[in-house]
Structures are given as C-alpha cells and as structure tokens.
Design a protein around this ligand. Structure first.
Ligand code: 13P
Length: 246
C-alpha cells in the first residue's frame, strides 16, 4: 500500500507568472509549517516557471513536474522541450497525453507512448492521461475508448502514473458520479494489473475543495490531477487535506 501513496498533482496549464509562482510557494509553505503534507504533492507549472517554482518547492518537499515533453532526446524541434532537459530543473514527473494535447495538438496514442518512453528513459515518471468525450460516454463507449487509449499509450515497461480525465469534466464544473469514477478506475486497475507494476490512478476534471473528499474516497482513486483549483495554494492545500490516510 505504501507505494500507492495518495498523489495530489496540480496542472497549471498555460497560467502563471513569476509573481504568482512565488506567492503560491510562499502560501503553501505557510500551510506546510502548520501541518505535514497529508499526501504526496506535485505541481506542474508551464515550462517558463519550472526553475523558479522548483527552487521554492524543493525545500518544502513538494514535487515538480512538466506538462509535456518531446519524444526525441534532442534535435531540430523548434519550441519543443526534450525529456532529458527536465530532471536538471528538478522535475521528477511529466504529464503526457493530456486531452488538450491530444485534441489541440493532434497527439495520437503512438505519440503519447513515444513521449512516455522518452520520459522513462530520462528517469522521469510519466503521468499518462486518458479519457473519453461526452459523446463517447453517451454512446456507451467510454470503457472501450479509454481501454484503447491505455493500450496504445502505455510504455511497455516502467513505473508510471495514469490519470483518468473525462474530457467533458475538464474545466466545465461537471463532475463524473462517484459510481462512474469507481467503475472506470476499477476497469483501469484490472487492465493495469496485467503489467505487474504498481500504478497509481489519478482522477481529473473539475476537482475542487468541495468535491475532493468524495473523489479521493472513491475506490481505486489514488489521487487527483487538478487544473484550475491548483492555481491557488489555499485551494490546492484544501484538496490535499481531503486525502484519506494510507
Ligand atoms: P480542471 O481541474 O480545471 O477541470 O482541469 C483538469 C485537468 O485537465 C487537469 O489536468
């Protein structure tokens, strides 16, 4: 059980400034001075803030992750960031295959898998994201879509984290029901069981302080991947504080 420590991960997406990063770390530090972290904490800011935020989070023992990486270790790829560049900045994790990358940058399962392999080769833990659209859920295809994504996106071996983020629940304030979350996480757990490594499964999509307790209390949920509510240290902390003891 200890290797399935609850993981509370923040994905800042394309938000934040140096001032916001400093304020976030300062406030999180105040909370951590009062109470030890109730779970493993991780923040994934934009690449521009990795170094600055990382330097402030390191003494707090809060982890740092990136939001994406390229599949190749170096090369003529203007604007991209290679996985081996990330550990130097203090990253231990990298998100790959977020639905916004899949939808807005045309990333398919093979691309996501290549990125996850690159992350592992660089010594990073990939957080591989999967999730169905509203139309796919309504047509009853959620499990088959997510199962196909999982099969196509996962590297063949290595320690990773999987994040289930139903596309229709991201940034919408819409929540999956506890039964839907338990159902999909149970399905993922069975599929991942065949890998033989312990894989934490996070839920993401409109996770807020108000619903974090219920979501984190759902079976087979090992943590959350939080977008909007991770930008404010007080909200991020309130979500972490809802983590059940393990
Ligand atoms: P929101 O929490 O803003 O819905 O975003 C979820 C998400 O996409 C995290 O990766």
């Amino acid at each position: 059980l200890s290797d399935r420590r609850v993981l509370i991960a923040g994905n800042w997406k394309m938000h934040g400034s140096l001032a916001a990063a400093d304020a976030f770390a300062y406030r999180l530090g105040e909370h951590l001075a009062d109470r030890a972290a109730p779970a493993e904490l991780l923040v994934c800011p934009p690449a521009t803030l990795l170094e600055r935020l990382g330097s402030k989070l390191r003494p707090l023992k809060v982890g740092l992750g990136a939001q994406d990486c390229h599949a190749k270790p170096s090369g003529a790829f203007t604007g991209d960031i290679a996985a081996p560049m990330l550990p130097e900045l203090g990253c231990r994790y990298v998100i790959v295959g977020h639905s916004e990358r899949r939808q807005l940058h045309g990333e398919d399962d093979a691309t996501v898998r290549a990125k996850a392999e690159a992350a592992l080769a660089a010594g990073l833990t990939p957080i591989v994201c999967v999730g169905e659209t509203e139309a796919q859920r309504e047509s009853g295809a959620a499990e088959s879509v997510v199962g196909t994504q999982l099969e196509g996106s996962l590297p063949s071996a290595g320690m990773l984290v999987v994040a289930y983020e139903p596309v229709w629940a991201i940034g919408t304030g819409k929540n999956a029901t506890q039964a839907d979350i338990a159902g999909m996480h149970g399905f993922l757990r069975r599929r991942l069981g065949e890998r033989g490594t312990v894989t934490r499964i996070l839920y993401g999509g409109s996770v807020k302080p108000q619903n974090a307790g219920e979501i984190l209390g759902t079976s087979d949920v090992d943590g959350v991947l939080v977008g909007g509510a991770s930008l404010q240290a007080d909200d991020f902390w309130a979500i972490a504080a809802a983590a059940p003891a393990r």
